[in-house]
Design a protein around this ligand. Structure first.
Ligand code: TYD
Ligand code: MG
Length: 453
């Protein structure tokens, strides 16, 4: 009996029974593609041979100790992995084309290889000569990494079975091609089949497998989203065009904290680690100016200071503009509503632009107070006092809520030369040395104190 075709959205992974131009689950256009059934080829020999064997949970303790993580020495990479590379793990590294994924993974491969891991780098996108040239340019010409340029999944698996590496990097999952799946490379069915085979290999042979995936909105090519649930760790490599620095962010990690970031700078000689991200993000800050506020944030386990910039101007439009870069648009609307309803400060008839300097993305609610301060400072055309950091969550009632890791935030601010912090008054008073605390209970008190309104 012929199977009914299945359709899948490459953006959100939702299933549909028929094709349509727009996915009604996530609202994206041109992301729905037909999914070929996976079982078009002959079943592999290993299927069924294990006979569905089980082992008692308690028996696990009698097996060998779990293998240890390996540290690459690239501190920013190790941090995002949760403290080094876990054997038999599957990791996805996603990012825009050209952002630097291949560069990062080639440097990572060399670093792990130099720490004694048997490493294979499989490139489906570049010829060996190109990869070798890049390696030489990065000063990694002598790293003990084995190179393969291959796109056929069967051949890759045969190579991996023969070599039994500790680490295999597949660049990229979209170029892999399983000959038992009847659709073109890059389709959802191909990407899934390849990811499934490679992650299964990782578990079976104890090899750490890293899959590179291009993020793309083009419906023809399956994005990394379709493999996110198959892997242990999902990292995204982000960066703004025109900015030199790149952020590697863990969005899912079975072996460490999610939301951890690693910061790199793209230089002529590859990616170099940024050991003090706060200093980098604040490096272009001049004298205090209206609309500019420094937020003491936490990314993963580490404090990072970033600058919020707001601009408020009379709007020529009937619907004033609300433009946000690096923060959540919905959260901005909420803060504007709280300022209006609880403090009587309207933004109607005003265009509002909010930007996180340097292309950093902030998702913490702890940034609420910094955003409110930037908006008020822009609206009143009054700069905040010099060397002040701000953080705190704002509730719909206008109350300020204490946030986690206050002491870490303060310590980082003090380290970077800030001498005042405006924070919520709730919770236990933090121990703060060398930094003056201005603690407030609600937004109205904040407006009165800082802007004299
Ligand atoms: P690449 O790693 O090929 O990106 P991806 O694999 O994500 O597609 O990086 C491509 C960009 O990085 C390219 O625009 C050039 C730049 N780059 C440097 O600036 N310095 C370098 O040393 C290298 C290797 C690349
Ligand atoms: Mg690449």
């Amino acid at each position: 009996m012929a199977k009914t075709p299945q359709f899948i959205c490459t953006a959100c992974n939702a299933r549909h029974t028929k094709w349509s131009g727009r996915c009604d689950t996530c609202g994206e256009w041109n992301t729905i593609v037909e999914e070929a059934p996976l079982n078009t080829g002959p079943a592999s020999k290993s299927v069924g041979t294990a006979g569905g064997r089980t082992i008692p949970l308690g028996d696990l303790g009698t097996q060998e100790d779990p293998p240890q993580r390996t540290i690459s020495g690239l501190g920013e990479l190790d941090r995002v992995l949760g403290g080094g590379l876990v054997p038999a793990s599957a990791t996805l590294v996603g990012g825009d084309p050209g952002i630097g994924k291949s560069t990062l993974l080639l440097q990572g491969a060399a670093a792990f290889a130099r720490k004694g891991l048997k490493t294979i780098y499989v490139s489906g996108e570049e010829a060996s000569a190109q990869v070798r040239m890049r390696a030489r340019r990065l000063g990694l010409g002598d790293a003990p990494v084995k190179l393969a340029t291959e796109t056929n999944l069967r051949d890759i698996l045969a190579t991996l079975e023969a070599e039994k590496p500790d680490l295999a990097i597949i660049d990229s999952i979209q170029t892999m091609w399983a000959d038992n799946v009847a659709s073109s490379p890059g389709s959802v069915a191909q990407v899934r089949a390849a990811a499934h085979e490679l992650t299964t290999f990782a578990k079976r042979r104890g090899t750490a497998v890293v899959l590179v995936g291009h993020v793309t909105k083009d419906g023809q090519i399956a994005g990394p989203r379709v493999v996110e649930h198959m892997v242990d760790t999902v990292l995204y490599f982000e960066g703004e065009r025109g900015h030199q620095f790149r952020i590697l962010r863990a969005v899912k990690n079975r072996f460490g904290p999610a939301d951890e970031i690693g910061v790199f700078e793209m230089t002529g000689a590859g990616l170099s680690e940024v050991l003090n991200p706060s200093a980098l993000f604040l490096s272009e800050r001049g004298e205090p100016s209206p609309g500019s506020v420094v937020f003491a944030g936490i990314e993963g386990t580490r404090p990072v200071l970033v600058e919020f910039q707001a601009l408020v101007s009379p709007s020529p439009h009937s619907q004033p503009r609300r433009t946000v870069v690096g923060w959540d648009g919905g959260r901005l609307a909420m803060i504007l509503a709280v300022l209006e309803a609880r403090c009587g400060i309207p933004f109607a008839g005003l265009d509002v632009y909010l930007n996180v300097a340097g292309g950093m993305k902030v998702s913490e609610p702890a940034a609420d107070l910094a955003v409110a301060a930037a908006l008020l400072s822009a609206r009143e055309d009054a700069a905040l006092p010099k060397d002040t950091v701000v953080f705190g969550e704002i509730s719909l009632s206008g109350a300020l809520r204490a946030v986690s890791q206050t002491e870490n935030r303060l310590k980082e601010a003090q380290k970077l030369g800030f001498c005042t912090a405006i924070t919520p008054s709730g919770g236990k008073a933090p121990a703060a040395r060398g930094i003056k605390l201005t603690r407030m209970g609600d937004l109205t008190a904040f407006v009165g104190e800082v802007f004299g309104a």
